[in-house]
Design a protein around this ligand. Structure first.
Ligand code: ATP
Ligand code: MG
Length: 449
């Protein structure tokens, strides 16, 4: 990827604005003890030491930062000499990780204009690892960052704020603005498109028109991003408490279809509201759990995001090829997962439970005999039940079936026996074949319509 020359771009960059301590709101009381230790220690050794990036941005906005990143003029080796508890990571651009138990403070040496932007440990080019330690000045480091609001430095020497990119103005205006020529910077690293959406949602900021406009056209560039990196970015996008808004924005810019083409195809073709309702409800549900500090698993999240193509294929395989429900679900889920994997690499520890959640959907329809008891002990029962409830709420699954399982879980053994017994008397369920398998969800009869 070609590097742009940040100094020749269109962003108005004057000499830095330096805001002295009494004139800004960042207080050391809000910086983690470990980050302060690293900053002070580097300073003691006569190196420059600054807090930078999301930490500074979030403190200025009164949010609690997720982590504290530090930028310095010390080389990684010099950082290692200062801290015993330090490891160097990254093959191409080395970074120092200072460990305090489980807390890690990342210390990066100022990058110059030759350094690569991709994450340090994923810099394979044509299969070759290229070490590119092009260090630079703080100005160069600032101008290589993505958005102006992410390029602010808090200087531990005099507690001032340093702004090379008009980031303070953009923070005040609630504006996401790319440093340099937006299109060129997206081309250098297309993940910046996802970051623009993420920060817009997370901070409630608007994306500046010149930064926004290329988003509509450059989605295809995401094809070149390693699938594992996209998975990491998607977790940040969807597991941060504002996943529904992220989904809507990604669709607005045509980026969602790049990441989930099979789902997008279903959302586009479907004239009835169900699939969007289902994904939206699933994401809203995850957002709510996040807000309540309840655990959310990527398995459930991806099960939601990919459900519609799985469901449609499941129906096709049953009606068109006469497969049993369990078999059709296995085949459909394996097909859709394999299609998705080259785009967004979902690690096995999440993709296996994701597929179990799907596999349990037809099994949850079997409420007679011993089967419901066995299902209750399945490690994925709870997630599969939650998934069924979501489907019922979205109007796709039978609300009575969901209610049956809700009751069954809390019922006495006597009540349970009578519930499975009446379920047995209701079986076998008659399956209506639908001519258009893609459009059958309104019939309300569980998966197959
Ligand atoms: P948060 O940690 O809240 O998600 P952040 O802004 O700290 O947000 P990080 O991914 O932690 O994001 O990156 C730290 C900083 O590194 C950013 O603020 C930005 O200055 C710079 N940065 C990260 N990714 C890129 C990128 N793809 N291109 C340019 N600069 C980047
Ligand atoms: Mg950060």
């Amino acid at each position: 990827m070609q590097e742009s020359d940040p100094l020749s771009d269109t962003t108005p960059i004057a000499s830095p604005v330096i805001v002295p301590r009494p004139e800004h709101s960042i207080s050391r009381a809000n910086i983690s003890e470990n980050a302060l230790k690293v900053l002070y220690r580097l300073r003691q050794e006569s190196f420059k030491a600054h807090l930078v990036g999301g930490g500074v941005r979030d403190l200025l906005l009164g949010h609690e930062p997720k982590d504290f990143d530090i930028a310095t003029d010390a080389t990684p080796e010099q950082v290692r000499q200062v801290f015993r508890n330090c490891r160097l990571i990254g093959r191409r651009f080395r970074l120092a990780h200072v460990h305090f138990g489980r807390d890690i403070i990342e210390v990066a040496t100022f990058r110059g204009s030759g350094a690569d932007d991709a994450p340090a440990d994923r810099c394979l080019e044509n299969g070759m690892i290229v070490r590119d330690n092009s260090y630079g000045t703080i100005e160069e480091d600032a101008l290589r960052r993505d958005f102006t609001i992410n390029a602010l430095y808090y200087d531990i020497e005099d507690f001032s704020l340093i702004d090379y990119a008009n980031g303070l103005e953009d923070i005040q205006a609630g504006r996401i603005r790319m440093i340099g020529d937006p299109e060129q910077r997206y081309r250098e690293d297309p993940v910046r498109m996802l970051r623009a959406v993420r920060f817009a949602c997370k901070l409630g900021f608007t994306i500046d028109p010149a930064t926004e406009q290329p988003l509509f056209a450059l989605g295809r560039l995401l094809e070149d991003i390693p699938a594992a990196r996209l998975f990491d970015e998607l977790l940040k996008l969807f597991q941060s408490g504002y996943g529904l808004e992220v989904f809507e924005k990604l669709r607005h810019y045509g980026l969602f279809g790049q990441l989930f083409p099979a789902t997008e195809e279903c959302l586009k073709l479907e004239d009835q509201a169900f699939p969007i309702t289902f994904v939206s409800r699933g994401l809203a549900n995850t957002d709510k759990r996040m807000q309540e500090s309840k655990p959310v698993t990527p398995a459930f999240l991806f099960a939601v995001l990919l459900w519609e193509p799985v469901r449609q294929r499941f129906n096709q395989l049953q009606t068109g090829e006469g497969m049993s429900a369990n078999e059709a679900m296995l085949v459909a889920s394996s097909e859709i997962s394999s299609q998705q994997q080259p785009l967004v690499a979902i690690p096995k520890r999440y993709s296996l439970p994701m597929r179990e959640i799907w596999a349990l959907q037809p099994r949850l329809e079997q409420c007679d005999g011993k089967r419901p008891y066995r299902l209750l002990t399945h490690p994925r029962f709870r997630a599969a039940y939650d998934f069924l409830v979501l489907r019922a709420e979205a109007g796709e699954a039978d609300p009575e079936l969901a209610a049956w399982w809700t009751r069954f879980q809390d019922a006495s053994s006597q009540e349970r026996a009578s519930m499975t017994d009446s379920a047995r008397r209701r079986r076998p369920r008659r399956r209506r074949k639908s001519a258009k398998s893609g459009n059958d969800h309104q019939s309300g009869n569980e998966l197959s319509g």
